[in-house]
Design a protein. Structure first.
Length: 184
C-alpha cells in the first residue's frame, strides 16, 4: 500500500493513517528544487518523497488545476510500484518497497526525506536485482519490513466466507421482516 504522509508538516505535523501503519509506503512531498515542501509531514515512518508542489491535475470541469499535496506525490510512487509489478510480477510487497526505497539513493533515513527522492528508472533496476536474490536472503529481510500477507489456509478461508454469507443472509432477512412490519 502507498499512502500520502499528510499536509500539515508546517503545523501540527500529526501522525496520519494509513501512512503510519507498518508496511505502508508513506510518501512525503518535495518542491521543484527537490527540497521538502513546507506542508509535507515529517515523521519517522516516511519511506520516500516525490514531487508534490505545483502539480497539474485534471479538474472536474474539463480543465486543469495546479495544486500542492502529498497525495500527488503518493500517486507518483503508486505508479512506480505498478511499473515494478508489471516488470517483475513475482516480487513480494516487501521487494517492491525495497526497490522503491533503494531508488531514492539516500544513505540512511531521515524524518524529512525518508530514504530520499524516488526515481522510477532506478527503482526498476533495483527491482531486477531483487528478483534475482535468493529466497533465503528475502526471508532474512522479511521480519523487519514485512513479507506481504500470508496466504490463508483454504479451510480457514471457507469458514470465513461461509460465516460472512450467513451474516449477510441474516441481515437481509431482518431488513425484509422489519420492512414488512412498517408497511402495515
Amino acid at each position: 500500500m502507498v499512502a500520502s504522509a499528510g499536509n500539515d508538516g508546517d503545523g501540527p505535523n500529526k501522525k496520519n493513517f494509513p501512512a503510519a501503519y507498518p508496511g505502508v509506503i508513506a510518501v512525503g512531498a518535495v518542491d521543484r528544487k527537490l527540497k521538502v515542501a513546507g506542508f509535507s509531514n515529517r515523521r519517522e515512518y516516511l519511506s520516500v518523497v516525490a514531487p508534490g508542489s505545483q502539480i497539474v491535475s485534471a479538474d472536474g470541469s474539463d480543465s486543469y488545476v495546479i495544486g500542492d499535496g502529498t497525495s500527488s506525490a503518493a500517486a507518483m510512487v503508486a505508479g512506480i510500484a505498478a511499473l515494478i509489478r508489471s516488470a517483475q510480477p513475482g516480487l513480494t510487497p516487501l521487494q517492491v518497497r525495497r526497490a522503491i526505497e533503494a531508488s531514492a539513493g539516500r544513505k540512511g533515513h531521515s524524518r524529512s526525506y525518508g530514504h530520499g527522492v524516488v526515481n522510477a528508472a532506478l527503482a526498476l533496476d533495483a527491482a531486477e536485482r531483487l528478483a534475482t536474490r535468493s529466497p533465503a536472503e528475502n526471508r532474512r529481510l522479511a521480519p523487519y519490513f514485512g513479507g506481504g500477507p500470508a496466504a490463508a489456509a483454504p479451510d480457514s478461508r471457507a469458514v470465513v466466507i461461509t460465516a460472512l454469507l450467513a451474516l449477510a443472509t441474516a441481515m437481509a432477512a431482518r431488513v425484509v421482516v422489519l420492512g414488512g412490519r412498517g408497511r402495515r
